[in-house]
Design a protein around this ligand. Structure first.
Ligand SMILES: [Zn+2]
Length: 621
């Protein structure tokens, strides 16, 4: 066991390796003013960036999940490494030699396991690449690639290699380089036979090195070439300390910069599809490796796909039109709708994958395929329709029955209504009838749940970046920081305008502290509000609201304050109107005429108030 890493090593790393450079391997960072950068936090799931980097000080802080620290903490926590391992990773990146306090200045015989595994993979990749280039038995692999339109320069670009048929080709090679059996097993490069002997995991196959975002090889995908190979068509590295298939995206090392700058990522199905897309000029293509595209893959892409203010990129899935692809897309749709408006699908009607498409019709056809993407929601609905004959009334009625539940699963109300209208168009049916059908799909229990969720709940800290709560937060920030700008208007707000219990609790504190009508502001005011709130959690929130900057350039702008208040009231009215409309739909205008007419009159009043407010609120966030 080597001793502690010398302090001067850490100092040298800090000097040569700015934090933003370390973070940039994992997260796309955008300037956020005053020497700061921000991005989507890699430690928690978020839609708008709250991960802040102060590059000159070398510290980061996430205002979403409270993760914070320096470059070493960042690497440790993200890669699950020990302190020593993290320093070794950074030292390598910075070009600093690691020296230890005990045992003089000599580097350790063996670095951390992680570093050893990375070294073994790097050696294995170059060994495989050499085999593909020079070995006579690799001709079958070279022919495979040439037939698919890949020339030698593209093999090199992607590092494609060939694993010889011998049982111990790579193992012998790595052993000669000083790697142990344990290391080869831990890295998934070798497997152990019944008698304990080691043999190569990949034999007689084409191999694609799979790299992480930094460009380090962490595993391989290997394709069967020979008929006598009884294994699966594709064989991948198993789960290892380096390789986590639920997060790995093939091609991400080559694609990451273009994904970030073009706000687009294309997800294809195989290694050759990634190659074909990149060579055709679609350099944002990646593929999952031996597993379906899942939530953790989305997270990896989202961290790259962000704008200065929010995640606005597009993720385009390509499918060769077969049912498996459709199923995968529909599953993604059903699983997680938070990003549904960012998900798109491109389907090649002839059932050609990007690799075949490029071979048969050239680069342009690949780019056309990807450009032809449609929103995932549209794809899901059209897939439901495709099983029916829409030329006959019976077919259209059945198609509506099949598609309405799909539309009804859209969680975003406005999106759902929009797609109900489009569905009516695709079916040539009456809009109102389709809308009613889609809304009728809501179960009474879900309506109940919604009603319950509006009742006061424990005041948990709201996500500061929750887009649905931005106006509430902004108004609360004003109430704490600049109460005079809100004046009596804020005190007069109905309590229902605050949907987040925590903001409602702060607002109660503001009232208890005397209200905004007479408050002057400053430290004294913040202290007063802090003292007036009920719990420590809400007190912390008050501090947070006092520190966070306002989302306006001119913090003295009176119009900003009043348009925010108007917008807040408008949002509350919209919710009330929605509830009222739902109630009207459930009432029978004949049998429950009195109640119906009263609700209808109420609705008209609310709509008029909303219209007036909207005019006043123009220009709010
Ligand atoms: Zn975070």
């Amino acid at each position: 066991m080597a001793g502690r890493i010398r302090e001067d090593v850490i100092v040298a790393i800090r000097e040569r390796l700015p934090l933003d450079q370390v973070v940039a391997d994992y997260v796309a960072l955008k300037p956020a003013g005053a020497g700061r950068l921000k991005g989507l936090c890699p430690f928690h799931d978020e839609k708008t960036p709250s991960f802040n980097v102060n590059a000159s000080l070398g510290f980061y802080k996430c205002f979403g999940c409270s993760a914070s620290g320096d470059a070493i903490t960042f690497i440790r926590e993200l890669e699950h490494l020990s302190f020593t391992e993290a320093v070794e990773v950074l030292a390598r990146k910075a070009g600093v030699e690691v020296t230890y306090e005990q045992g003089g200045a000599a580097p350790r015989q063996h670095g951390s396991q992680r570093q050893r595994l990375l070294d073994a993979h790097r050696d294995a990749a170059s060994y495989y690449a050499g085999q593909l280039r020079d070995s006579p038995e690799a001709e079958i692999g070279r022919a495979f690639l040439r037939e698919r339109g890949f020339d030698e320069s593209s093999w090199a670009h992607f590092g494609v290699g060939y694993a010889p048929t011998g049982w111990e080709s790579l193992t012998t090679h790595l052993r000669a380089k000083g790697f142990t059996n344990e290391e080869m097993l831990a890295g998934g490069l070798a497997t152990q036979g019944q008698r304990g002997t080691l043999y190569d995991r990949f034999r007689g196959r084409l191999v694609w090195p799979i790299r992480d975002m930094k460009g380090d090889v962490i595993g391989f995908g290997a394709r069967r070439l020979r008929d006598d190979d009884t294994g699966p068509k594709y064989l991948n590295t198993p789960e290892t300390p380096l390789y986590k298939k639920s997060q790995v995206l093939y091609g991400v090392d080559l694609a990451k910069n273009d994904i970030a700058s073009r706000y687009k990522a294309v997800v294809v199905e195989g290694y050759t599809d990634v190659m074909a897309c990149h060579l055709a000029g679609e350099t944002t293509a990646v593929a999952t490796c031996g597993t379906a595209f899942g939530a953790e893959h989305v997270q990896v892409l989202r961290r790259l796909l962000m704008d200065q203010d929010e995640f606005r990129g597009r993720v385009v899935f390509t499918f060769d039109g077969d049912e498996a692809g459709q199923k995968a897309a529909l599953k993604a749709f059903a699983d997680d709708q938070r990003f549904v408006t960012q998900l798109f699908v491109a389907v090649q009607p002839d059932g050609l994958d990007p690799c075949e498409l490029r071979q048969q019709r050239g680069d342009l056809a690949v780019r056309d395929l990807i450009a032809s993407h449609v929103p995932l929601a549209e794809f899901a609905i059209r897939s439901a329709l495709s099983r029916f004959d829409l030329d006959i009334p019976e077919g259209r009625v059945s198609a509506l029955a099949a598609a309405a539940p799909v539309v009804a699963t859209l969680k975003d109300w406005s999106l759902r209504d929009e797609y109900a209208r489009r569905l009516a168009g695709w079916l040539g049916m009456d809009e109102q009838a389709v809308l009613a059908r889609v809304r009728g799909g809501e179960s009474p229990e879900s309506a109940d749940r919604q009603a319950r969720s509006r009742r006061p709940a424990p005041a948990v800290r709201p996500d500061p970046r929750d887009p649905g709560l931005i106006v509430e937060r902004e108004v609360m920030k004003l109430a704490v920081q600049r109460p005079a700008m809100l004046g009596p208007e804020f005190d007069a707000l109905d309590v229902v305008v605050f949907t987040a219990p925590a903001y409602a609790a702060v607002r109660a504190g503001v009232a208890k502290a005397g209200g905004t009508a007479t408050a002057v502001g400053g430290t004294e005011w913040v202290t007063k509000v802090r003292d007036a709130v009920e719990t420590d959690a809400v007190r912390d929130l008050v501090t947070e609201l006092a520190v966070e900057s306002l989302q306006t350039v001119d913090e003295e702008d009176q119009r900003y304050a009043s348009s925010l208040v108007a917008r807040l009231e408008e949002m509350a009215l919209t919710r009330q109107i929605q509830d009222l409309k739902g109630r009207l739909q459930r009432l029978n205008p004949v049998e429950q005429a009195t109640e119906y007419n009263r609700a209808f009159g109420e609705l008209i009043v609310l709509e008029q108030r909303k219209k007036a407010l909207r005019e006043r609120g123009a220009g709010a966030v």
